[in-house]
Design a protein around this ligand. Structure first.
Ligand code: 6GU
Length: 273
């Protein structure tokens, strides 16, 4: 996979040399190119922003530098044999970045990121490139960052670990929270390693019982417990038909019951946590 990032803070992308993404680069699984947007400015002050039409606070990133940057990034990539580019525009007003979108992006051969500072990029830049390639405007959560660079790091890490051969163990995705499959929509429960007792805290006995069925059941119950506590919205989205008898029992103990006639679960009032 080829990744291009155009930014006014190339040094912000240094973490792409570290850990999983850094190793994927070193192994040639990821071909990363970080570009300084200011190289496509032509004035003495390397200006990339200007005041917004219609007034209001803050500044807007200008069309000119982005247009030249993206034209050249596309031309260089195509020359190097890349194909099928997708433009990924990090913005708090984008669609939510989810595991599903990470999977979709991991299946593309070439991602071009345009992290913005200030109030964002002149709309016409996205409109122009949308005529040439898919454009994904993406938000990584319901909070506002000072710029999109940290979001590029987040998205890149989520995507890179899904590329074939990047994670050591191909099984490692299977139980991810948010992975499709049996545990879909459940968060992962707690994990433990040696020693069996630490500062008076013992590990749950079931984990050393050698009984794989009981261990799987315990893990699933813990996943329900954690999901109910941290992400009740995920429980509400579940189809009760997807649950077995013990799942229903566990949920009922946690204070959840099927909506009469509906497909959603709802919290029952008056049940203790
Ligand atoms: Cl992608 N960018 C910025 N600036 N803020 C955000 C975001 C992105 N996602 C959530 N907040």
């Amino acid at each position: 996979m080829r990744l291009d990032v155009v930014t006014i803070f190339p040094e912000y992308l240094e973490p792409l040399n570290v850990s999983l993404v850094g190793k994927a680069r070193a192994r040639g699984q990821l071909d990363v190119h970080v570009h300084d947007l200011r190289q496509w400015t032509h004035d003495r002050h390397n200006t990339v922003d200007d005041t917004p039409y219609g007034g209001g606070p803050g500044m807007v990133m200008k069309t000119g530098p982005w247009g030249e940057a993206l034209d050249q990034t596309l031309a260089d990539g195509y020359d190097a044999g890349a194909h099928g580019p997708v433009l990924v525009v990090p913005t708090p007003s984008g669609r939510p970045f989810t595991q599903e979108l990470a999977v979709e992006l991991s299946e593309r051969p070439w991602l071009i990121f345009t992290p913005a500072r200030y109030e964002g990029i002149d709309r016409r830049v996205m409109d122009e490139y949308a005529t040439r390639m898919p454009v994904y405007e993406v938000s990584i959560g319901d909070y506002v960052l000072a710029g999109g660079e940290a979001a590029v790091l987040v998205i890149t890490e989520a995507v890179a670990r899904l590329l074939p051969g990047v994670l050591g163990n191909a099984e490692s995705h299977r139980d991810d929270s948010f992975a499709p499959g049996a545990m879909a929509n459940l968060l992962e429960g707690p994990v433990y390693t040696k020693p069996p007792e630490w500062r008076g805290h013992a590990i749950p006995d079931v984990l050393v019982s050698g009984h794989h069925g009981k261990i799987a059941r315990w893990r699933r119950d813990e996943a329900f417990r954690r999901t109910a506590a941290h992400r009740p919205d995920l429980i509400e989205r579940c189809d009760p038909a997807a649950f077995d008898k013990k799942d229903r029992e566990t949920l009922s103990i946690l204070g959840w019951a099927p909506e009469p006639g509906g497909r959603f679960w709802r919290r029952v009032e008056g049940v203790e946590e």
